[in-house]
Write a protein that binds this ligand. Structure first.
Ligand code: PHE
Length: 474
């Protein structure tokens, strides 16, 4: 590898804040606002949330530190980064990098479809479509959208185009610029929505639901769902944080940044619950609406509440911005790898890979189209969309996270890891930081592998519900 030539012109973050906001932008996404509230609802709130927080702290944060570390040390996209740290090409570890690219490809292809719905709903809000409609009519609006191939393809294309345009402009000019613009707006919108939610009748009930200690609906499956989701929501296990870390300078504190990013991500997820559940409860709707919570229950509530028009516009644009900054990081992993491996220009890599991902996402966009998806569903038991979501969240990301933990825990020399763990690259480790380092290193070596192994054994049915202790079964 010709080192200097490749490093030059790769791009770098303009500021520490820029990196933090871009990484938080990657983490905060549909996972926080669309998925977390509905899986919290399905799993009965309370204890599920607590276990999720534990997964973030014990498994998520350590892996995030490990990923950013590999990226910064190597200053390369995943595949090359691992080659560089091992000093050998095509070892079994390089698989991690390639898997990440595949995962990015798969996730973005269906992510873009849901993101497209958020654009559609944002515009429908502006067009006052939900006002003076009955709940049944609003419900059927979603049905119309879901089953219309043309509309889905249109929004999928529109969303991918925006993502392509941002990533094309590079690290500082594209990703950092848009993250530093959109993320503060997102936090502000979230704040407004939370304050409004505090005045809803159902606020107390919602707080109790999210933070109270309810064990009644949680099953072992829910525990593993919390674990799987902690990878997805923190953008771990496919090299997104690794790639963003590769544009990071020597002076930054990886440990502090990882904690900040995780706190922001968790904060937004909890706030999303505090925005949605008060409204859901105030209107006597079920918290168990599943994926339809955002696209059916919320518009129904917005159509009936004072100020609902403005709130719905805020809400769906929030969802769109959150999805956009995450999608950008998904495409960046694929693009950065192609630039590293094939020596393509950024522009070419972005257009070719963006188009490929768009095409790959076509089946997901057509998931609700009966004649198209019925055969697939008969074969795999779920539509395209759910198949990809399941594959990514339950298999690819945990497997990627496991390999990253094993790689940094066992293969990377401990001195190298220590040098990255200190407050700035190659600094000294002492006092509390040294203790933290030791705990972190042991977590990567043993705790993360064990947790992921359990997840897999459960997924393939070697471990079943009644073999696991503790939580209530259905
Ligand atoms: N973290 C994003 C979300 O919560 C999704 C994502 C996963 C983004 C993996 C990048 C990599 O929506």
């Amino acid at each position: 590898m010709a080192d200097s030539g490749k490093t030059q012109g790769r791009g770098a973050w303009g500021s520490k804040l820029g990196f933090t906001l871009a990484a938080a932008g990657s983490a905060v996404g549909l996972g926080n606002i669309w998925k977390f509230p509905y899986i919290t609802g399905e799993n009965g709130g309370g204890l599920f949330v607590l276990i999720y927080l534990l997964c973030i702290a014990v498994i998520g944060v350590p892996i995030m530190i490990a990923e950013i570390m590999i990226g910064r040390r190597a200053q390369r996209a995943p595949v090359d980064a691992i080659t560089k740290l091992t000093g050998r090409e095509n070892t079994a570890w390089s698989m991690v990098g390639w898997m990440g690219v595949v995962a990015g490809f798969i996730i973005l292809s269906f992510y873009s479809v849901v993101a497209g719905w958020s654009m559609n709903y944002g515009l429908m809000s502006i067009g006052r479509v939900f006002q003076d409609k009955t709940p049944e009519e609003i419900q059927s609006l979603f049905g119309v959208l879901f089953t219309s191939g043309g509309i889905n393809l249109f929004w999928h294309l529109a969303f991918m185009l925006i993502v392509v345009l941002i990533v094309k402009s590079g690290i500082q000019g594209g990703i950092e610029r848009w993250s530093t613009r959109l993320m503060p707006v997102l936090f502000l919108m979230m704040g407004v929505l939370v304050v409004d939610a505090m005045f809803q009748d159902g606020f107390g009930e919602a707080v109790n639901f999210v933070f109270g200690f309810h064990t009644d609906k949680l099953t072992s499956k829910g525990v593993l769902e919390a674990l799987g989701h902690s990878f997805f929501t923190l953008s771990l296990g496919m090299g997104a944080m690794l790639t963003y870390g590769s544009y990071l300078g020597k002076k930054d504190d990886i440990v502090k940044s990882s904690i900040a990013i995780s706190l922001l991500d968790t904060g937004v997820a909890l706030m999303a619950c505090l925005v949605m559940f008060p409204i859901i409860f105030s209107f006597g709707m079920s918290e168990q609406a599943g994926p339809g919570l955002v696209f059916v229950s919320m518009p129904i509530a917005f159509s009936q509440m004072p100020g609902g028009l403005l709130l719905s516009i805020l809400f769906f644009f929030l969802l769109f911005f959150a999805a956009l900054t995450s999608a950008v990081s998904l495409l960046e992993v694929v693009v950065a790898t192609v630039i590293d491996q094939l020596g393509w220009t950024r522009k070419r890599a972005v257009f070719v890979m963006g188009s490929a991902i768009f095409l790959f996402g076509v089946p997901s966009a057509l998931s609700g189209v009966e004649w198209f998806s019925s055969n697939w569903e008969a074969l795999f038991g779920r539509n395209f969309f759910d198949t990809f979501d399941y594959l990514a969240s339950n298999w690819l990301l945990p497997l990627g996270g496991l390999m990253i933990a094993l790689f940094v825990g066992w293969a990377v020399p401990k001195e190298v890891a220590a040098a990255e763990f200190s407050a700035e690259q190659d600094g000294e480790l002492e006092g509390g930081r040294l203790v933290l380092f030791k705990v972190w290193h042991i977590t990567l070596k043993f705790v993360v592998p064990l947790a992921v192994l359990l997840l897999f054994l459960y997924s393939v049915g070697v471990i079943t519900e009644d073999m696991l202790p503790g939580v209530a079964s259905e």
